[in-house]
Each structure stands twice: as structure tokens, then as C-alpha cells.
Write a new protein. Sequence first.
Length: 340
Amino acid sequence: MPELAIIADDLTGALDTAAPFAMRGLSTHAALGVDSISEALSAGPRVLTVSTDSREVAPDIARKRVAEIVAVLPKGTKIFKKIDSRLKGNIAAELGALPHARSIAIPAIPAFRRLVVNGHLTGFGVDSPTSVAGALGEYAARAHIPDIVTDADIDAALDGDYDLLIGARGLADAFSRRLSNRLLPQPDHSMRPAYVVIGSTDLITLRQVEALCKAHPEIDYIPAPNGQADIAGPLKEDIILLHATPGDRSAPPSQVASALASSLQALVACRPALLVLSGGATAQAVLRRFDVNTLEVLGEALPGLPVSRSGHLTVVTKSGGFGSSDTLVHLLSSAATEAR
């Protein structure tokens, strides 16, 4: 039975919350949905992380997906409800599927300059202060919502007695330190060619794409309006960037993600060696298209950029709102250095 089950509303969140545990030497496996939990559990992980892929669905559907996961988890498994560090998604609805008496809610990630001050989330990538209690809805009455400006604040807050953890990577990092004092080296992500697939429309990610193209003008850049790429001619470089751009008409994120997955499949005859996927819906759609249902989480390439593996496929994922403008440049440059 796993010591901890992480339930996240998208795949990038499921993986970046699980990565600190993997870096601490705890066997960590991810399921891309409730249908894959038994396969992930068969590996005997100490930490299980599951994506409900429910960020963009109706609240009642989101709640149902979380309930389905809870129903198949081994009885007594401690649950970490991963929530978006900018409080997006169906947070209150999903908490309704998690029986609990007392929770601690910490969406803050001090290392990424996302803080909670006077009960409101603020900082990097947050347009305006947002009430944490407001995001929790009726379940705020059962929650301890501490102000968090440093990692030490998270450590201190964890000293209480809680039967449900609610938070993001900052809370995961602190809790992982309580389970293990080991720290593994950065996992290898030097494989080439690297297929970088960008589905996120977050301004943070768009700046990262711009910086990558500026630093590496030689890369094969393939724009994909609404996820649909017009691929002409052979690919020549070790880095291939497939980027969802606006189309003539707007399209739902799930449709764009599916189209991106099809475009990538047209680029490669079989599984590539390295995928870099940005955006939760994109990561989910691409991996499902390559018949990946579970992943072993190995650790992090950079803070907030988990490295996972399925067979011979290595996957680096990134939430749309994570990282500085040069994150992708550092990611691919460090991988190139490893390969030398």
C-alpha cells in the first residue's frame, strides 16, 4: 500500500507535486487516470500520483472523477489533494469527494515567489491577491490556512494534526523531507532528439518559448495553429519545437491538445527518446496517444520540471505557469552538457 496518494486535476501538477518525493529516493509512480491506478500500484510505489484531468470540466464531473479515485485507493492511504498554485480549477467541488475532518491548505510555493499573505495568494504569476478560503468554499471551515512567505513557515505549519493535505509543490517539498532525508542526483534527460511540445498559452510559457528560439535559432520550429501543424520537409536538428499557436477561430484546450498529439504522432514513426511537454492537457493527450498510461517519476531536471520514464521514453513536463523566462533554455542546455 502506498504511504501517500496525490490527486491532481492535471498531469503536469500530478508530476511536479510527486517529483520531490522521487528526489528523496521514494519509489513514485503516476497514473494518467483512474483506469491506470491498478497498473501503477502493481509496481509497489511508496507514493502514487494520479491525474483526474478535470481542470477544465464541469464541477460535478470533477467531483465524480475524484470520488472514483478515492474508491479504488487502498483503505487508509493518506491523501494529498494537489491544487493549482494560482487557485485555478474546481477546487471546492473536488474537496467534496474527499472525506476529512481537518485539513491544511498551502498553495504557496515560496521558491517560486508565490506566497500567502493575510489569507490571500499573491506573488509571481498571480494577477491579483486571491482568497484561499474563497477557493476552498465550504471546506475552508475545516482548513488551517496559514500565511506562508518562507519554506520554514510550511515546515512549522505541518506540525499540526491533519487528515488531508491540500496544496502544491511547496507543501509536497516540505512533506517529502519528513519521509526521507536522502537526496538523489538529477535524473538524466540528455537524450536526443528532443521533441518540445507546447500547448500552454500562459504568458510565462510564451516568454520561455521566445527565449528558447532566440538562444537556439537553429531549432526546428513548427507552429501549429490550434494544434494542427503543416509539416513540410525533413527535420534536421536535435531540438524540435512543436508550438500550439492561435488559429483563425478559438478552440477548446482539449481539442487543441488532441490536435497537437496528432501532429506530434505525424512527426515521429515510433516513440521518441525525449519529450518535453508543457501544459497539463497537452501532456495527457500526447502520452495517451503514445499508449502511455503510467509513468515512473524519477525526480526533477530543474525545480518544478519533473522527469519521468515509461520504458525507453523519458518525459519532462512543465506546468504553464512555472519557471523563469530562460527555463527552457536552461533545461535543454543542461541536457546537452550532460550528453557531452
